[in-house]
Write a protein that binds this ligand. Structure first.
Ligand code: ZN
Ligand code: ZN
Length: 507
């Protein structure tokens, strides 16, 4: 997971004065570097992507390098990020479930997003590292090479094996010309594998899968016939017996699971299209489709809190405030007397003293959240016990809208947008206008940096009347220009395929 548009510089290591030989040796040992922007690293070069090395010198897979923030991100920022991730995972699961009703959940989401025991989408913040997209590593991939002269292929399991057992300079009777095979196998389960000729098979006796690394004639080397324009016409030909075979490779986890399931009594049968991986270009979006999102940062942690289903009452109160709709709630005096009649005078005293402490903002500031929680718990308890009747919003339409919020995608949820907009206006417009840095400027009252003649009364008046005229025609009542609006952009993983249809219905 990569995080944030925030620039929080890492502490730099202590400078060391290297000798000339040292730096020469380091230069030789150091791998080549490409320079890319943070935005590119977070998306086009995010961990897991297959990318072309600069100048077309080969294909590599990007691998993460840990770059945690030196300071913790503000709670509301990290909460908003994880909430976005959770929501994406939830909706991905639903979409995949619609397309493939029989697929086991673990085929749809990785462990990090899913709890196998409870069968629920689960984002545990401690399972993730919020990483700065400053740097990313790479390894050569796929390690499947084809000789440009004769088409024979060689596969390596690892970079170490390749370094150890180099590609031969001569191939059969000619000088070899090795290049990476730029087509890979992809499966919506999440797997990417080189386009090697060695398929997997399921062993009934052991209940496991294994790879077959030779032809039925016993020979291990194959030639890839890939001159046809479509993958369906590509073939592997055994160099021993000349038998051709189609491109076919099972996803081994899916093979194992579906084979095992089908061999049980009453188990469901499967189709090979569910198991087989598909050849795709390493650049295809079905090979890697990064997930990303962005939001305007708000210091108000309340927005995230109010959106939780446990805070519906507070949400309704806030909406009443925003829309100036009356909200009926028992008054303090009513609550006190109801509690006293129920022999719960002590409860009220505890609540009153908690509130007293809570309101003393200057003192014990870090403890205020705890106090707030304690107050809420106590108060909610009275409602839950039925001692008190909950307050009511004098707008049925809004109450209903809050009730059906879960049916909205987060981005379009009108209730969330209302709350976010209110916080945005307060923090970025109202505070921005009055704050020292003047980050918000009313277009009707431009400052000198926006309009040279802002100080000349006559000019300003003429300008204002022109603008008001335009506003009137377009139906705009207020317009502000905002400087340095803090926007958090983040990326957090990938899917195979950019749309559900491509991802789950390979054809
Ligand atoms: Zn060759
Ligand atoms: Zn053969």
């Amino acid at each position: 997971m990569s995080g944030g548009a925030k620039t929080l510089d890492m502490e730099r290591g202590r400078k060391r004065y290297a000798t000339a030989e040292d730096s020469e040796a380091a230069k030789k040992a150091a791998p080549p570097i490409m320079q890319r922007s943070r935005a590119q690293i977070a998306t086009s070069y995010a961990p897991g992507v297959l990318m072309t090395w600069e100048g077309g010198r080969g294909i590599c897979k990007s691998v993460p390098i840990k770059m945690p923030f030196s300071q913790r991100l503000p709670r509301n920022v990290s909460d908003t990020i994880f909430e976005g991730v959770r929501e994406f995972a939830e909706s991905w699961k639903e979409r995949a479930r619609e397309g493939c009703p029989n697929a086991p959940d673990e085929f749809i989401l990785d462990d990090a997003f899913y709890d196998l025991a409870t069968k629920e989408v689960r984002i545990n913040q401690t399972d993730f590292v919020l990483n700065q997209p400053n740097v990313v590593g790479y390894v050569p991939y796929p390690l499947l090479f084809q000789c440009g002269e004769c088409g024979t292929v060689r596969e390596y399991k690892s970079v170490a094996e390749l370094a150890d057992r180099k590609l031969p300079a001569r191939c059969k009777d000619h000088e070899s010309r090795w290049t990476q095979v730029d087509v890979v196998y992809a499966h919506w389960y999440g797997t990417i594998e080189p386009l090697s000729p060695y398929n997997y098979t399921f062993d009934d006796r052991t209940g496991t899968t294994r790879q077959i690394t030779h032809c039925t004639c016993g020979w291990q080397h194959f030639t890839l016939k890939n001159s046809a324009p479509v993958f369906s016409e590509w073939k592997y030909v055994c160099e021993g017996c000349g038998t051709p075979r189609d491109l076919k490779k099972a996803e081994r986890h899916v093979l194992q699971r579906l084979k095992s399931d089908s061999s049980q009594a009453g188990g469901r049968t499967f189709e090979w299209i569910e198991i087989d991986m598909l050849p795709v270009s390493y650049r295809a979006s079905s090979a890697f489709y990064p997930q990303r999102a962005s939001f305007i940062e708000l210091r108000e942690t309340k927005v995230v809190e109010l959106m939780r289903t446990t805070h519906t009452d507070e949400l309704l109160r806030k909406l009443a405030e925003i829309h100036s709709i009356p909200y009926q709630e028992p008054s303090d005096t009513e609550i006190e007397s109801i509690l006293a009649n129920a022999g719960r005078q002590e409860d009220w005293e505890e609540y009153a003293s908690l509130r007293k402490m809570f309101l003393k903002r200057a003192e014990a500031a870090p403890d205020r959240a705890d106090l707030g929680n304690a107050m809420r718990k106590l108060r909610e308890g009275w409602f839950d016990e039925g001692l008190l009747e909950r307050g009511r919003l004098q707008s049925e339409a809004i109450e209903i809208a809050v009730g059906i919020r879960k049916d909205w995608a987060r981005k379009f949820d009108p209730i969330r947008l209302t709350i976010e907009h209110a916080a945005f206006v307060e923090e970025h417009i109202q505070d921005g206008e009055t704050g020292v840095r003047k980050t918000a400027v009313d277009v009707l009252n431009p400052d000198i940096t926006l309009m040279e003649k802002a100080g000349v009364a006559g000019e300003l008046k003429r300008y204002q009347s022109d603008i008001k005229d335009v506003f009137g025609k377009t139906g705009i009542s207020h317009m502000y220009l905002l400087r340095s609006l803090p926007i958090c952009e983040y990326s957090f993983g990938y899917t195979r395929g950019k749309r559900q249809a491509e991802a789950i219905q390979p054809t």
